[in-house]
Design a protein around this ligand. Structure first.
Ligand code: NAD
Length: 472
C-alpha cells in the first residue's frame, strides 16, 4: 500500500479526533516509507527549509510570549535546531547502518549485529520555557530514526505554539508528522492512546502522570525533567570569571531554564567577594534598571510571577528584588542568608532569583547535594583538578560543567538528560537517534558446522561442557 503525502487543511486538522489521527499515522508507518534513508533525509531538509523561512515569525512569537530577546531566540532556539539538523544530515548515513559487534566462540560460526529500527509512532510533549527548541529537537531524532510523530507544544506560549503548528502543517502530511495544540486535557487525551514511544519534557510532577499513563500500554518513555541544579564555588576558583559565567547562565531566559544554576553553594570565605561580583556583572549585562534592558526576558505568566514573588519571603536581598506585576517582571536578584528551610529552597525556582548558601569544606557541599533529589545539572567552579574529580565522582546528576554553566548543552556529542528525579533517558546528536530507535540484536549463524553438544540427550555431557565454558 502506498500512501501519498500532501499538506492537510488546518480546519479539518483541528476537528480531527486524536484516535483517527493515530490510525492515519499507523497506516502510513506500516507502508514502510519512513524506513528509507533518503526519505528521512528529505524530511529533515524540508524541515530545515521551513524553519529558515519562518525564522522572523518564530522570533516575533517568542518575543510576544515572554519578550525573549532575538539573540537568545537565535542561539537557544532556532540556531540550535538548525545546527542539530545539519549534524544529523551529516551523520545519519552511519547511524542507520547495522553495527557489527564482537563475536563469542560459543556461537561459532556466527556474526552478530545491532539493527536500529524505528519504534513506530512517537508522542512528543513540550514545555513552554524553550517552546520551539524543545519540541523540534526531539522531533529531529524521531524523524532521523524513521518514526511518525505527534507533537504537543505548550499551551502557555500561545504565539510560539501557533507558529510551530503552522510549520508542521505546511511541511508534513499529518499521517506522518502532526501537531496537536492544547493544555493538560488534550495531553491526557493523547496519553490515553497507545503510542510506541513517548518523549516528555516538563516538570517532575507531570512526568509522573506521563509515566503512569505510559505504563498502561508498556510504552517506553523518555522524561526530561527539572529540579534544583547547584553551582558550587570553591575558594580557589577564578571568582571574576565564575561570577560572569554564573550571571549569564542564571539570568538567560530570565532564569527559566531547566539547567540554570538554581542556587549557589559558596565556600564561606569568598561569599562576600562573589556576591559583589555577581552584582557587578548583573549591572554590566542588564544596566542599572534591568526592567528597561532589551536583553532580559519576562516571566511567562501571572501565576509564575506570583509564585516567584512569594518565594522572596523575608530573605536578605543583596541585588535586585524589584517586581512589576503588570509586566510579569522580576529583576535579576541575589538572595543572601538563605537556609535550606527557606521557601526558595523548597522547589525548583525557575526564575531570576539566585539564593546563596555557604559551605565550609568541599565534603560538606557534596553531602548537601547528595541529601536532595539528583539534579539535572551541577556546576563546579575550582582550579583544583583533584577537587574537580572529587565532586564529579561523589555526586550524581544528569550533566554539567567544570568552571562554566549551561555550555554542556552546546555539544551534541554529550547525551543530555537527567537521572532519578531529574529524568530518564537522554538525547541530542546520536543519542536522539538512539532514543527513538529500538535496538534489535541479531545473530546470523553459519550453517556449515553444528556441534551436537547443546542438544539432548544430555547424559555424560556436563564434564565436557564445564571444560568448554572455562576455555571460552
Ligand atoms: P509542565 O510539566 O507544567 O508542562 C509540560 C507539558 O505537560 C505541557 O505541554 C503541558 O500542556 C503538559 N501538562 C501540564 N499539566 C499536565 C497534566 N496535568 N496532565 C497532562 N499534561 C500536562 O512543565 P512546564 O511548566 O511547561 O515547564 C517547566 C518544567 O519543565 C520545569 O520543571 C523545567 O525544569 C522542566 N524542563 C526540563 C527540561 C529538560 O530538558 N530536562 C527542559 C525544559 C524544561
Amino acid at each position: 500500500m502506498k500512501t501519498t503525502l500532501s499538506p492537510a487543511s488546518p480546519d479539518t486538522r483541528m476537528q480531527q479526533p486524536i484516535v483517527e489521527l493515530l490510525q492515519k499515522q499507523r497506516a502510513f508507518f506500516s507502508t514502510g516509507q519512513t524506513l528509507s534513508l533518503d526519505f528521512r533525509k528529505a524530511q529533515l531538509r524540508k524541515l530545515q527549509q521551513a524553519i529558515s523561512q519562518h525564522e522572523q515569525e518564530i522570533f516575533d512569537a517568542l518575543y510576544a510570549d515572554f519578550r525573549k530577546p532575538e539573540l537568545e531566540s537565535f542561539v537557544t532556539e532556532v540556531g540550535f535546531i538548525e545546527q542539530e539538523i545539519r549534524l544529523v544530515l551529516n551523520k545519519i548515513g552511519n547511524w542507520v547502518k547495522p553495527k557489527r559487534v564482537k563475536e563469542t566462540l560459543v556461537n561459532f560460526p556466527a556474526k552478530s549485529y545491532i539493527y536500529s529500527e524505528p519504534y513506530g509512532i512517537a508522542l512528543i510533549i513540550g514545555p513552554w520555557n524553550y517552546p520551539f527548541q524543545l519540541v523540534f529537537n526531539p522531533l529531529i531524532g524521531a524523524i532521523a530514526a524513521g518514526n511518525c510523530a505527534i507533537i504537543k507544544p505548550s499551551e502557555l506560549t500561545v504565539n510560539t505554539s501557533a507558529v510551530i503548528s503552522k510549520i508542521i502543517r505546511k511541511t508534513f502530511d499529518e499521517a506522518y508528522i502532526a501537531a496537536v495544540e492544547g493544555g493538560p486535557e488534550t495531553t491526557q487525551q493523547l496519553l490515553a492512546q497507545r503510542f510506541d514511544t513517548i518523549f516528555f519534557t516538563g516538570s517532575t510532577h507531570v512526568g509522573r502522570i506521563v509515566m503512569k499513563a505510559a505504563a498502561e500500554h508498556l510504552t517506553p518513555v523518555t522524561l526530561e525533567l527539572g529540579g534544583k541544579s547547584p553551582a558550587i564555588v570553591a575558594a580557589d576558583a577564578d571568582l571574576d570569571l565564575t561570577a560572569r559565567r554564573i550571571v549569564w547562565g542564571k539570568f538567560l531566559n530570565a532564569g527559566q531554564t531547566c539547567v540554570a544554576p538554581d542556587y549557589l553553594l559558596v565556600q564561606e570565605e569568598v561569599k562576600e567577594e562573589l556576591i559583589q561580583l555577581l552584582g557587578h556583572y548583573i549591572t554590566q549585562f542588564y544596566g542599572q534598571e534591568p526592567a528597561t534592558s532589551p536583553d532580559f526576558a519576562r516571566i511567562i505568566n501571572g501565576r509564575h510571577f506570583q509564585r516567584l514573588k512569594s518565594m522572596l519571603g523575608n530573605s536578605s536581598i543583596r541585588v535586585g528584588g524589584a517586581t512589576n506585576a503588570a509586566e510579569n517582571y522580576v529583576a535579576p536578584t541575589v538572595l543572601d542568608r538563605v537556609s535550606w528551610e527557606h521557601p526558595v529552597m523548597q522547589e525548583e525556582i525557575f526564575g531570576p532569583l539566585l539564593p546563596v548558601l555557604t559551605f565550609r569544606e568541599i565534603e560538606d557541599a557534596i553531602r548537601m547535594v547528595n541529601s536532595h533529589e539528583k539534579p539535572l545539572a551541577l556546576y563546579f567552579f575550582s582550579s583544583n583538578k583533584e577537587q574537580q574529580e572529587q565532586v564529579l565522582q561523589h555526586t550524581s546528576f544528569g550533566g554539567g560543567c567544570i568552571n562554566d554553566t549551561l555550555s554542556h548543552l552546546a555539544n551534541p556529542n554529550l547525551p543530555f538528560g537527567g537521572v532519578g528525579g531529574s529524568g530518564i533517558g537522554s538525547y541530542h546528536g546520536q543519542s536522539s537517534f538512539d532514543v527513538f530507535s529500538n535496538q534489535k540484536s541479531i545473530l546470523k549463524r553459519g550453517t556449515w558446522l553444528d556441534l551436537p553438544l547443546r542438544y539432548p540427550p544430555y547424559k555424560g555431557r556436563l564434564p565436557m561442557l564445564r571444560k568448554v565454558f572455562k576455555w571460552l
